[in-house]
Write a protein that binds this ligand. Structure first.
Ligand code: AMP
Length: 216
């Protein structure tokens, strides 16, 4: 059983580690950002509401997020656990999640927290490109695709996320510091927090994550 949360600023490498964790532990990867982006693509009511906030690098209001996540983790495929990526992002969301889990006789196993300096975050996010079709992530300098603009994995086109421009990136980092960073203290007090240096090589971070999970 693994009920885990990935915590860290935008660009900390949560998505990269999520793919590795899901591969090893076979739990559903639930990314609220991905859910919103899918809703925007499909032009749903939720997508229309979320887009105005996302484009500015602001958080989508708690009331649009919490039920979405509790509904998702109530589904059968989450019976043996889940990996939350990008949720919770406020103390309110964390409290709602704890309440929901408690009502269902469950609790979080571990909160994996990634630390990365601000300059590195800006460099990573503004250079990030993602595959429009499969979501694989690249970086124009650090992780270039074999052929420029084309996904190595599926051949789809690489695009820049609408919120990965410099101005929005800076907003997102400020929003993280103000609204999400307080969760570090919240989970440390709860005894679920495990810290990682997000500037280490990906494989080393993953090794440390596995160790932390196995120790729980
Ligand atoms: P991400 O893909 O996790 O970087 O999320 C992209 C954007 O989606 C964020 O900048 C927010 O606008 C919105 N978002 C994703 N998850 C949440 C959340 N838990 N609470 C509020 N807004 C969110």
């Amino acid at each position: 059983m693994l009920r885990a949360v990935l915590l860290g600023p935008p660009g900390a490498g949560k998505g990269t580690q999520a793919a590795k964790i899901v591969d090893k532990y076979h739990v559903p990867h639930i990314s609220t950002g991905d859910i919103f982006r899918a809703n925007i693509k499909n032009q749903t009511e939720l997508g229309k509401k979320a887009k105005t906030y996302m484009d500015q690098g602001q958080l989508v209001p708690d009331e649009l997020v919490c039920d979405l996540v509790t509904d998702r983790i109530s589904q059968d495929d989450c019976e043996n656990g889940f990996l939350l990526d990008g949720f919770p992002r406020t103390i309110f969301q964390a409290e709602k999640l704890d309440e929901f889990l408690k009502e269902n006789g469950a609790a979080l196993t571990v909160v994996l927290n990634f630390n990365v300096g601000k300059e590195a975050l800006i460099e990573r996010l503004t250079g990030r490109r993602v595959c429009k079709d499969c979501g694989a992530s690249y970086h124009i300098v650090n992780i270039p695709p074999k052929q420029e603009g084309i996904c190595d994995r599926c051949g789809g086109p690489l695009i820049q996320r609408a919120d990965d421009n410099r101005e929005t990136v800076e907003n997102r980092i400020n929003v993280y510091e103000e609204q999400t960073a307080p969760l570090i203290g919240y989970y440390r007090e709860q005894g679920t927090l495990a810290d990682f240096d997000g500037e280490q090589p990906q494989d080393e971070i993953f090794r440390a994550i596995v160790e932390a999970i196995e120790a729980k």
